[in-house]
Design a protein around this ligand. Structure first.
Ligand code: SAH
Ligand code: SF4
Ligand code: F3S
Length: 453
């Protein structure tokens, strides 16, 4: 039997793409390899959002070169967001010409053909197939989902926002929505295969438009699919967050959706209006705070998370002070924080950036410290409460513990029942993939510890 292995860098969209790649390879008769470097077909699905993502890829390439030296007939295919940039594919052609296949984000369905060509005889340079825009919606491609009980479903591709720091509009092309019928058909298929939780994916789900059906309506449609108990979505751009969508978080009798999780990831990036404008985010600090207030009015227990970029070109101490003030006023449940990383081809890469690196790092540390304090303070409110937890599997750090997520998305670890030994099969359906009540005993910044009731 021939085998495959896929390494995925980057966001949930890449993870979902890798599930399609796995589906395609299994349709060709490949089976998943237990060991990445032993596989007959090795795929790296790349991300380019920050420089360290690019660097990780080049590190992986270094290791794969050894694999190729030892096993010349192993096929190495590289894909994903990095491959949509000419300066990267040129670099691979020049310096890593032993790579067999380069393909892009818009033509994943071409992989089987590309592999067959390589199996039929390699022509020397990497076989390259990258499109600048999506030629088809790619409906009907197979999928091999990582987890049966939790399914990611793309609702749209690409992004039209061109935030000045961001590479995604260049790597993922123009925004295009899938038809609501195709999306709901995929949700039904996933539910039939055991999915309880659905994650609706897009770079800006709030601007979804499937032939006149907007995102709030799409949630209502997914809410009605039998078997689906939790709906999440990501990512939500503040400028397009409608009051209709906010109402969906509200009481069910007033038009809400029973299965919509009380959580929203609402990237703010910065608190200074000057910086937000130079980022081309198209909202203000006060506008953002007003959205948070409406969300909390609709659903007091909503978990609000965000992203920050520290050290955007020209960010002054005063600008940074606005971000710190926003943090005090909003009190996020948690946040991802990034130091600005210039991306070739984006407008901000050409902006003047006089702030020294050590100043940026000092701001970053100050911010993370305060964010973590607030997260811990907010988490303390959960101690003693009983939360419904969708159990995802064994804890990554302690096999005697199971871990899962609350309706709001908080991570909970709890001891496995004595009746379920640590060696119990991961697919024990009475526990893994079930939604079970857990009493929260103690909390840390990034997780809760509880006890199964
Ligand atoms: N579509 C999503 C974001 C996708 S990228 C949205 O608009 O919310 C995920 C996060 O990476 C962004 O929210 C931003 O905080 C960060 N990011 C993107 N480009 C970056 C860059 N050049 N440097 C540092 N962080 C960046
Ligand atoms: Fe990037 Fe902005 Fe699009 Fe998000 S909305 S993917 S940050 S350009
Ligand atoms: Fe990275 Fe592409 Fe996602 S650049 S963050 S994998 S859309």
């Amino acid at each position: 039997m021939s085998t495959y292995a896929i390494q995925t860098l980057g966001c949930q969209m890449n993870e979902r793409d890798s599930e399609t790649i796995a589906g395609l390879l299994e349709q060709m008769g490949y089976i998943e390899s237990a060991d990445y470097e032993d596989a007959d077909v090795i795929v790296v699905n790349t991300c380019s959002v920050r420089e360290n993502a690019d660097n990780r890829f080049f590190g992986i390439l270094g290791r794969l070169k050894h694999v190729k030296t030892n096993r010349a007939d192993a096929i190495v295919a590289v894909c994903g967001c990095m491959m949509q940039q000419e300066h990267i594919t040129e670099q691979i052609h020049e310096k890593h010409a032993w790579v067999d296949i380069i393909f892009g984000t818009h033509n994943i369905g071409a992989l089987p053909e590309l592999i067959e060509k390589i199996v039929g005889g390699r022509k020397g340079k990497p076989l390259t197939s990258v499109l600048t825009e999506r030629a088809s919606m790619g409906e009907g491609l197979p999928v091999r989902r990582e987890l049966s009980f939790k399914a990611s479903v793309n609702i749209m591709y690409g992004c039209n926002n061109f935030c000045t720091y961001c590479i995604v509009p260049y790597t993922r092309g123009r925004e295009i929505s899938r038809s609501a019928d195709d999306i709901i058909a995929e949700v039904r298929d996933a539910a039939a295969a055991g999915a309880k939780e659905i994650l609706l994916l897009g770079q800006n789900v709030n601007s979804y438009n499937g032939d006149g059906i907007d995102f709030a309506d799409l949630i209502s449609m997914a809410d009605e699919v039998p078997g689906i108990e939790r709906i999440r979505f990501t990512t939500s751009h503040p400028k397009d967050l409608s009051s209709k969508l906010i109402d969906r978080f509200g009481p069910v009798k007033k038009g809400g959706a029973a299965t919509l999780c009380p959580s929203i990831h609402l990237p703010v990036q910065a608190g200074s209006d000057k910086v937000l404008e130079r980022m081309n985010r198209r909202y203000t600090k006060e506008g953002y705070i007003a959205l948070v207030e409406s969300l909390r009015a609709a659903r007091p227990d909503i978990v609000i998370t965000t992203d920050f970029i520290v050290g955007f070109p020209g960010e002054t101490e005063e600008d940074f002070g606005e971000t710190m003030d926003l943090i005090e006023r909003v009190r996020f449940d948690s946040a991802f924080t990034f130091i600005y990383s210039p991306r070739t081809g984006t407008p901000a890469a050409g902006y003047d950036d006089p702030t020294p690196e050590d100043v940026k790092h000092e701001r970053f540390d100050r911010m993370v410290r305060r964010l973590n304090e607030i997260t811990l303070e907010k988490n303390r409110a959960y101690v003693g409460s009983v939360q419904d937890v969708l159990v995802e599997g064994r804890s990554k750090t302690d096999a005697a513990m199971l871990s899962g997520r609350t309706f709001g998305g908080k991570l909970v670890n709890f001891p496995a029942l004595a009746s379920v030994p640590a060696s119990a099969p991961e697919h024990d359906a009475s526990i893994i993939g079930a939604i079970l009540p857990v009493r929260i005993a103690s909390v840390k910044t990034f997780s809760f510890t509880g006890e199964l009731l």
